[in-house]
Design a protein around this ligand. Structure first.
Ligand SMILES: Nc1ncnc2c1ncn2[C@@H]1O[C@H](COP(=O)(O)OP(=O)(O)OP(=O)(O)O)[C@@H](O)[C@H]1O
Length: 447
């Protein structure tokens, strides 16, 4: 080490080395004492492991203490001797004694000097961590306690997995259920083919979506559409029947026209019985096929009380499941005067976008009040009003009908034909047809 030091920094290096040495010695002492203590500890452990704590264990501890003390004194002595030796070396090399403090700069120090210096400085040993733990009072050396694995935890995980799978499955099944009825397709058809009845169409689709998105029902879906003549009630019923025939089959859809199926009032009771039997048969078949049947009653304003009573019983029946899984749609002009009056009086104050939703909101309680007085069947129904059709809608009806019949859809011709229809006096810029699109088919047929 002496040879490596240059004369220039010999004094600094000497003092530095002295300090390093001291540190080293301390560390050495610590380690030796640690090892000693560990050895004694192990011995002690062995003694402790024996069931009887004896005098021998006490004497061994005492011996260990004495030995440590002796070793400590020997090391201390050695350290003093070495310290004296280093001081002698300093004077021998002619280094000046520490008189005044010197300022150390890095001038003249080469990188190689740094590297040699750093390599000569011993790295601090990392202290080993004991893996074992020494317990006092005869506990001996013990491994840390093992964590017990709880079975309940695994059961809980399993339960979570089962619940997740079931919920996922249920959602999938409900989706399948709604998909089977292709409500998106129905919505597209209704929006394309029914003019000026957005509110009623949206209301109807919303009822169908709500009803068809679940298996378990506590009552059948009963919807009643009301509106003046020619606004599209039968048209809507026909479109709905066509759609359901394509998704649930011909046998699960019934279109009942009372003037056709039961024209004589005298036969009303028999008609009611026949209708009840037919409906029971259809709901049972539907239950077997796990489908929901559709019953449409057009011209409901002409239905005899006997038939209405029979239908009320079927609709309110809570006896068995098959009667709860069914859709009843009533189409009638009952309450049409309220609808016409409301629209003609409120058209000026209602914007086009808000008209449909407001019509449903404001007219539903008025219509319900009127209808419930006529028959209790209407208490079971969700009521949807259809609005009057404007001149623009009538022109759309002409365009549609002429295209269907193979006529060239000439705009001036359409306007002329639409002009022949009777309208209510314009209110708030709206011209409402008195007969809706009722006369459109007849007029196109005359072309
Ligand atoms: N909103 C509408 N959109 C498209 N076409 C319509 C609409 N309303 C009526 N039509 C056309 O007019 C014809 C007659 O309409 P529909 O029979 O549906 O009227 P309604 O409301 O049932 O009248 P009524 O109460 O007199 O039976 C239909 O065949 C249809 O082509």
């Amino acid at each position: 080490m002496e040879a490596e030091m240059s004369d220039q920094d010999s004094s600094a290096s000497a003092s530095q080395t002295e300090e390093e040495f001291e540190g080293e010695m301390d560390e050495e002492m610590d380690e030796e004492m640690d090892e000693e203590a560990e050895g004694e500890g192990e011995k002690d452990d062995k003694h402790r492991a024996s069931p009887v704590p004896s005098l021998s264990s006490f004497s061994s501890s005492l011996r260990a203490v004495i030995r440590i003390k002796q070793k400590y004194q020997a090391i201390k002595k050695r350290r003093q001797e070495l310290a004296l030796g280093l001081a002698g070396v300093g004077t021998l090399t002619g280094a000046p004694a520490r008189t005044s403090p010197k300022i150390f700069t890095f001038d003249g120090v080469t990188p190689s000097a740094f590297s040699s210096l750093s390599s000569s400085v011993p790295q601090r040993k990392k202290r080993r961590r004991r893996k074992r733990v020494l317990y006092p009072n005869g506990g001996g050396c013990r491994a840390p306690p093992k964590q017990e694995r709880s079975r309940a935890k695994y059961c809980l995980y399993l339960l979570f997995a089962i619940v997740f799978i079931q919920v996922y499955n249920a959602i999938e099944n409900l989706d399948d259920h709604v998909l089977r009825y292709d409500l998106e397709g129905l919505e597209k058809t209704l929006r394309r083919e029914v003019f000026g009845q957005q509110g009623a169409v949206e209301g109807l689709l919303s009822h169908l979506k709500d009803y068809l998105s679940t298996y378990v029902h506590n009552k059948p879906l009963v919807v009643s559409l009301h509106g003046p003549s020619g606004v599209g009630k039968s048209h809507l019923g026909r479109l709905l029947a066509g759609h359901f025939r394509s998704v649930v089959g011909e046998t699960l859809v019934l279109q009942y026209y009372v003037l056709h199926h039961c024209p004589q009032e005298a036969d009303a009771l028999q008609c009611a019985r026949n209708l009840s039997a037919l409906i029971s048969e259809m709901v049972e078949r539907a239950e077997e096929e796990e489908k929901i049947p559709l019953f449409i009653f057009d011209e409901a304003e002409h239905m005899h009380d006997e038939i209405l009573d029979a239908l009320k019983q079927l609709v309110a029946s809570k006896q068995s499941n098959e009667y709860l899984n069914a859709i009843y749609l009533f189409l009638s002009n009952l309450g049409h005067a309220h609808i016409t009056k409301h629209m003609l009086h409120n058209s000026s104050s209602i914007s086009a976008s808000g008209r449909h939703s407001n019509l449903v909101k404001e007219l539903t309680p008025i219509l319900r009040n009127t209808l419930e007085k006529l028959h209790l069947l209407w208490t079971e129904a969700d009521i949807l009003p259809l609005s009057l059709l404007e001149k623009g809608h009538v022109m759309e009806c002409f365009l549609d009908e002429m295209t269907r019949e193979g006529f060239y859809p000439d705009h001036t011709n359409i306007e002329r034909l639409a002009g022949e229809i009777e309208y209510y006096p314009a209110v708030g810029g709206h011209e409402y047809s008195q007969t809706g699109c009722k006369q459109v088919v007849a007029k196109v047929n005359l072309l």
